[in-house]
Design a protein. Structure first.
Length: 490
């Protein structure tokens, strides 16, 4: 049975403009240019340039629905009388000469931001080119090409040979035994760079050591072949006892192993990898003890509402009777409104980023003056949110994927947020300060006897930092520093 009742609810909904702003806040400077280009392509009412007049004065939001007192079609809104241009002049541009659309206004001293890309042979092209130097029959050539196609970017073939045999039977109707594939694989393992075609790290190192004939290389080959697990865990005492090696012989053999390339595919892949360029969103300059903050606007061009669309709006809004004109006016108005919203979102993004970074700079003033990590104060998102009057989630979006350029380097905004720790004197210090002391202690340790986590915790406690061993282990892992046993060296 249906019942009618009243219910009171409190809901919070974001408008499309607010959602657009939240998304733009997360976009770093390096991706902002692409985002603006996408909007320029999607919305023809938006274009680059500085607006030379207020587009809001050109039409009212409900102009095409309300009656107009003006019956003069030649009135342009600025008090001037002129012959009205047909709307087709703004829509059809097929007859515009090409040179007018592609003017070159760049000066000789204008900065060029293009990054040249060098075309060169890929890693797999190098391997394929070496096939012609070997005397292989037709079947072996097909097997070799299939094997090369299964070699990954590190230079390894990580698929079982039986799986390759099954795939060739199904996909290419070539039936071959596992021994035939192994025979061709041995040929590929003689290719340059040495070690390519290996099925695991041990085989990769053995292939490279096969071509070395020195005494230390022969010892190294025995170590890798028989004691690979002990070597990877740096159980050097066990290896020395098993082979009866002196300290110098063991040291020379390990040095020979460390010269090998565990990822032979990288010998060419390094040249093919795209360069990662960090474009800072903020720039902090230290002018004689005075910090100055500026924003990088390199990838944020000036935007404006297209004047042709504003004039189209005026044209269509004058026809109050035609249904098609009203639909066209609605369409043009939507595009103009969308362009306005986007421009406003870009401006709000700029303002929000600036005030947030300014608050961070003032909070960490001593650190930005010198770049000394021991001067970095404990800071969480709530500290900045309370200072600028924004929500914590907004500050988080600002700090995400943003970088600041200082006189001592370029850093991620996230790196300035750290936990608070207490000294034995009750003072609050940043966890980054503790990490700096931790990394310095490990950098200066005796590599023959690395400092354990317990000893590191004791060192920090002696310096007045109340910290447990498990916290030291957590910070060490965050710094990508291995455990003491893996840092051991002869």
């Amino acid at each position: 049975m249906l019942k009618q009742h009243l219910q009171q609810k409190l809901l919070q909904k974001l408008s499309p403009q607010q959602i657009q702003l939240m998304k733009l806040l997360q976009v770093p400077a390096i991706a902002l240019e692409q985002r603006i280009k996408e909007e320029l392509q999607d919305n023809p009412a938006l274009e680059e340039g500085v607006d030379d007049y207020e587009s809001e004065d050109s039409y009212e939001d409900d102009e095409f629905t309300n009656d107009s007192d003006s019956g003069d079609d030649d009135y342009d809104g600025d008090g001037n009388s002129q012959d009205y241009v047909d709307i087709d002049d703004y829509i059809q541009d097929e007859d515009v000469p090409y040179y007018k659309l592609n003017a070159n206004n760049k000066g000789a001293d204008e900065e060029r931001t293009e990054m040249p890309i060098v075309l060169s042979s890929t890693f797999h092209d190098l391997l394929s080119s070496q096939l012609s130097t070997y005397d292989l029959d037709d079947k072996q050539l097909i097997i070799a090409e299939y094997i090369l196609g299964n070699i990954d970017d590190d230079g390894y073939i990580r698929r079982p040979l039986q799986s390759i045999s099954d795939d060739m039977a199904f996909s290419q109707n070539v039936f071959c035994e596992e021994e035939e594939i192994l025979e061709v694989l041995k040929v590929i393992q003689t290719f340059e760079p040495r070690g390519v075609g290996a099925r695991d790290l041990q085989e990769c190192l053995l292939i490279q050591l096969h071509y070395k004939t020195s005494e230390s290389a022969l010892i190294a080959k025995k170590i890798i072949k028989e004691y690979m697990d002990e070597f990877s865990k740096k159980h050097y005492d066990k290896i020395a006892r098993h082979f009866g090696l002196s300290d110098q012989e063991l040291k020379d053999a390990i040095a020979e192993i460390l010269k090998l390339n565990p990822r032979p595919g990288d010998s060419m892949q390094d040249g093919q990898k795209s360069q990662v360029q960090i474009i800072p969103d903020f720039i902090i300059q230290n002018n004689d003890g005075v910090l100055e903050l500026s924003m990088s606007s390199k990838n944020a061009p000036d935007l404006k509402v297209s004047s042709s669309y504003v004039e189209m709006m005026d044209y269509y809004s004058k026809d109050k009777k035609s249904k098609s004109a009203k639909e066209a006016a609605n369409f043009v108005k939507q595009k103009i409104d969308s362009a306005k919203w986007f421009i406003e979102a870009i401006n709000q993004r700029h303002q929000t980023l600036y005030v947030t970074m300014l608050a961070i700079m003032e909070y960490q003033h001593e650190y930005f003056l010198e770049g000394d990590e021991t001067k970095l104060k404990p800071m969480i998102l709530k500290d900045i949110a309370d200072q600028v009057g924004l929500d914590i989630s907004t500050v988080s979006r600002v700090a995400n994927s943003k970088y600041v350029q200082t006189h001592f380097g370029t850093y991620s905004l996230k790196s300035f947020f750290s936990e608070a720790m207490h000294t034995d004197a009750g003072e609050e210090v940043s966890s980054r300060e503790v990490k700096k002391i931790l990394s310095d202690a490990i950098a200066s340790e005796d590599k023959r006897k690395p400092i354990t986590d317990e000893a590191l915790a004791q060192i920090l406690n002696d310096k007045g930092y109340e910290i447990a061993r498990r916290t030291v282990a957590k910070y060490r892992e965050q710094l990508n520093i291995p455990v003491a046993r893996m840092r051991k060296a002869l």
